[in-house]
Design a protein around this ligand. Structure first.
Ligand SMILES: Cc1cc2nc3c(=O)[nH]c(=O)nc-3n(C[C@H](O)[C@H](O)[C@H](O)COP(=O)(O)OP(=O)(O)OC[C@H]3O[C@@H](n4cnc5c(N)ncnc54)[C@H](O)[C@@H]3O)c2cc1C
Length: 414
């Protein structure tokens, strides 16, 4: 049997290796457009490659995917982060888990992962052809013809694993697949307020963000509030809370051209009631101290506190005892529900993914075979699936690649 894998990324490599291991008689070839395979793996995680996430429960794990969670839940029953750890351990690569659950190679170098994948592929007898930019994948009778500039090959099965590449989408479309329009997920937000941006570098441990504007699509509506650490940057806001929001609301935010209003609660660990009580206590306990010198919570950075006082039009030299009821209300509103104008989308350099691609209704998730084109298999980011930041995107590529590889190598179906 001859198997062509179009795209030498994470999903393509896992698919090719698994197919070759499953069926040692099969001739498996990876066709990669670029001069080197696995370029995204190489740059992933800021060069450290966040391989997967320490979450071994398929149901919990699947909840980290704004798109694709349903089929992925079933797929994770078959190949999940524990299996990734075992897979790389068998290849001699030790992985380590960081405090937030992200898993990296112990070397802290993505090159370790790239090397392991290339060596595993070579040992399994997979041929790796770089600088082979595939232009067409066509069915001819019972065979497939895969062509690139200056050449082509015939094979029995094809795995299309071209990630978010427009050429890959176009080839899938020509084979009869729909493509849900790809839009970015996992980005930061640009903010209008220059005084906020002047606080670049400040982080808060637990913020809550709420997207205030329509349009919000039905399923996205329930994710319009996200919590987590937040980082103020030169252009706006970043950090886990922002990335989660951008991921869950990727389509809505695209629809409104990344413009709208977001409400920020800077102290999400506190309820408004608790903060109110805390301020009442301070009015008594530190009555003679100025507001500027004494902040209500230690997890509120001093510069951010002064900015919030200014936003609430309260002079920093006002003493706690002199804080009027009206001022207290204004202050609480800025602390827990400050409204900001978002002017655009920023980038997130450590990880970038697109949502959209081939809909799951057109794929048999037991085998990753196309329902539209028998003999064609699909894996990785070409599908309408994407996860939150933290190793979830590569995990989805490993899992779908592995499952596709099992089916590609099997001899009992067409
Ligand atoms: C900067 C950055 C950092 C990231 N960091 C992380 C991280 O740390 N952890 C994580 O989980 N996720 C991370 N991601 C996301 C992760 O890299 C992707 O989800 C994952 O690589 C998808 O794998 P894939 O194999 O589907 O696609 P890709 O990795 O994109 O591979 C597709 C391959 O197909 C090739 N190709 C495309 N068209 C053709 C063609 N016509 N012919 C032949 N070959 C073709 C491409 O050159 C490419 O090599 C990051 C992404 C970026 C951009």
């Amino acid at each position: 049997m001859r198997i062509a894998v179009v795209g030498g990324g994470a999903a393509g490599f896992f698919g090719a290796i698994q197919a070759a291991r499953q069926n040692p008689q099969a001739q498996v070839v990876i066709l990669e457009a670029l001069a080197a395979p696995l370029t995204k793996v190489r740059i992933s995680g800021g060069g450290r490659c966040n391989v997967t996430h320490h979450c071994f429960d398929p149901l919990l794990l699947s909840q980290h995917y704004p798109r694709g969670s349903g089929p992925l839940r079933g797929l994770f029953q078959r190949f999940q982060p524990k299996d990734v750890l075992a897979w790389f351990a068998a290849e001699g690569v030790a992985l380590k888990t960081e405090a937030d659950g992200r898993i990296f190679p112990e070397s802290d170098q993505s090159a370790t992962i790239v090397r392991a994948l290339v060596q595993a592929a070579q040992r399994a007898g997979v041929q790796i052809q770089t600088q082979h930019k595939v232009q067409a994948v066509q069915r001819q009778g019972s065979e497939w013809v895969v062509t690139w500039q200056g050449g082509g090959l015939r094979c029995d099965r094809v795995l299309l694993a071209t990630g978010g590449s427009p050429q890959g989408y176009a080839m899938a479309q020509r084979l009869g697949h729909q493509i849900l329009s790809p839009v970015p997920a996992l980005f930061t937000l640009q903010m209008a307020d220059p005084d906020l941006r002047a606080l670049a570098g400040i982080t808060v441990p637990q913020a809550r963000l709420k997207w205030l504007d329509e349009p919000l699509r039905g399923p996205e509506r329930k994710h319009r509030e996200q919590m987590g650490p937040l980082l103020i940057t030169h252009w706006g806001i970043s950090g886990p809370a922002v990335l989660r929001l951008s991921s869950w609301l990727a389509r809505s935010l695209h629809q409104c051209h990344y413009r709208g209003r977001v409400q920020v609660n800077w102290l999400a660990n506190w309820s408004r009631e608790q903060l109110h009580q805390r301020c009442q206590v301070l009015r008594q306990q530190v009555a003679r101290k100025s507001l500027g010198a004494y902040r209500p919570a230690l997890d509120l950075p001093q510069r951010l506190w002064r900015y919030l006082l200014a936003a609430a039009h309260i002079p920093p030299n006002r003493r706690w005892a002199e804080l009027s009821q009206q001022e207290l209300e204004r202050l609480l509103a800025h602390l827990t529900a400050q409204v900001h104008t978002v002017t655009g989308r920023g980038v997130f350099k450590e990880e970038f993914v697109t949502c959209g691609g081939i809909p799951w209704s057109e794929v048999d998730s037991r085998t990753m075979q196309s329902r539209v084109c028998p003999g064609l298999y699909l894996a990785g980011e070409i599908l309408d699936m994407d996860g939150l930041t933290g190793g979830f995107n590569l995990q989805a590529a490993w899992t779908t690649g592995w499952v596709a590889g099992q089916a590609l190598g099997a001899t009992d179906h067409g």
